[in-house]
Design a protein. Structure first.
Length: 460
């Protein structure tokens, strides 16, 4: 009995280590002839392995130590009643004896849900002892899950959340983020956004609403935000759901034009954004250019860069169709390499920052969803509202406009932008950037400097 306590305490120490690492706190040790020959603690997240339960890792460790996959004379000590997978592995390893701590009423396969070890048809039977240091084991689990139960922003079952650690050390992104999850359309999803220069006494304060596209995030505006905010203006830059630090749907089909548009409308209403200069590029424009028709009094200006309104009445550009086809053939493309290819002046650290939201393969659903989501036909989702928006910009827009075009853009270049310009009322001659590609904001300092002068003069 004293020896059982000794070995279970060793398993508890491993369980504590698992909890400190962010894993569910379960630990296991395998003992043979009075010595620990195998150790394991839950490592599903860190190993990205659904089989990396404490028991499995302890069995693997012991098999390597003893040089045999049969562990017939060993006793396994584990802090939580094993699941079906682990119970099957224990039987297959011919473990002589199993000692566990807390019972697991939802998945336990040593008596709680069912008992693998009492199946008479199996050719090996492991002796059982449960409940040793059960309270200590249970307390570890309760302490681990308690903060998650009281989390004001719980993660939806159909979504994923990027780890804060993924964004550590990225260059030129010093801003503290904000999160919102109670917008009606979000339905509990957590959306990240930047909000700079909120407390300005400037009576002429403009709000620059900066909308990114695919596969970017608010990092795209790092060269423009300081220039806008230095003039005392407010800068708001959200990460669309599926991008940046915002929650991400697990499945591409969960994304839709209508969903993302309505989220942005809810967002503008909730933050009560006024005197807005709408800053858009790529999908930021495909979605963003449809927003003012629902709330025209909130917008005073438009800064538009390499984007389009996809109305379904004109063919999509050859460059976009080529991009869409390439995305289909290369669904797991390296986002950093994409930015590096079109922006030779960027450092490796900057290009890698664009990979930060997508380090886990499961977080890429939006990258798969957005290229085919661009409205292509008259009856495509989003096409009708885009046609209404085109009429708004051509006939009803009374604000000021500035256009910047990256001339090296192979997707939405000068031809597409000139066509858009022709449909924006009183749009002046665009600012041309010979070195800029699709992601014009990577040359955004000069654009932002011109914009603060343009919209200042326009207001005066």
């Amino acid at each position: 009995m004293n020896q059982d306590l000794q070995w279970m305490q060793a398993a508890l120490a491993l369980a504590k280590q698992a909890g400190e690492a962010g894993e569910v706190p379960v630990g296991a040790v395998l003992v043979n002839d009075g010595k620990i020959v195998g150790r394991g603690r839950n490592s599903l997240i860190s190993n990205k392995d659904p089989t990396a339960h404490a028991e499995i890792l302890a069995l693997r460790d012991a098999a390597q130590s003893l040089g045999n996959y049969r562990l017939e004379s060993c006793t396994l000590y584990v802090t939580l009643e094993p699941c079906t997978m682990c119970s099957g592995a224990i039987v297959n390893a011919r473990i002589a004896r199993l000692v566990y701590g807390a019972s697991e009423p939802r998945t336990g396969a040593a008596g709680s849900v069912f008992n693998v070890f009492q199946n008479a048809t199996l050719n090996h039977h492991t002796a059982l002892k449960g409940g040793l240091l059960a309270e200590e084991s249970r307390q570890l689990l309760q302490d681990f899950f308690k903060p998650k139960r009281i989390n004001a922003n719980p993660l939806r079952e159909d979504a994923l959340r990027p780890s804060d650690e993924w964004f550590n050390g990225i260059p030129d992104y010093p801003w503290s983020g904000h999160y919102i999850s109670d917008l009606p359309t979000l339905n509990g999803l957590r959306m990240h956004y930047l909000d700079e220069a909120i407390h300005s006494d400037n009576s002429d304060q403009i709000t620059y609403l900066c909308l990114h596209g695919n596969p970017a995030w608010s990092y795209l505006y790092r060269k423009m935000i300081p220039i806008f905010s230095a003039k005392g203006h407010r800068v708001v830059a959200p990460d669309l759901i599926g991008f940046g630090k915002s929650d991400k749907f697990k499945k591409p089909q969960q994304h839709s034009f209508g969903f993302h548009r309505q989220v942005l409308l809810d967002f503008i209403e909730r933050l009560d954004l006024k005197r807005v200069v709408l800053v858009v590029q790529d999908w930021g424009g495909i979605l963003g250019l449809t927003l003012p028709i629902a709330m025209p009094d909130r917008f005073m200006g438009l800064l538009v860069m390499n984007t389009t309104l996809a109305t379904g009445t004109q063919p999509l550009s050859d460059g976009f169709l080529s991009w869409r086809s390439w995305c289909h053939d290369n669904p797991d493309f390296d986002v950093a390499k994409l930015f590096a290819r079109g922006n030779k002046h960027m450092s490796p650290e900057e290009t890698q920052a664009y990979n930060s939201p997508f380090k886990d393969r499961g977080h890429r659903a939006a990258l798969h969803a957005f290229p085919p989501m661009v409205p292509e036909h008259e009856n495509s989702a989003g096409a009708e509202i885009s046609r209404l928006a085109l009429h708004f910009w051509r006939e009803r827009w009374h604000g000021q406009t500035m256009m910047a075009i990256g001339l090296q853009d192979p997707v939405l270049g000068q031809k597409v932008m000139r066509s858009l310009k022709a449909n924006i009322r009183n749009c002046p001659e665009p600012m041309l950037l010979p070195e800029a590609g699709h992601f014009v904001q990577e040359h955004g300092q000069s654009i932002a400097e011109a914009a603060v002068q343009h919209f200042k003069m326009s207001h005066s």
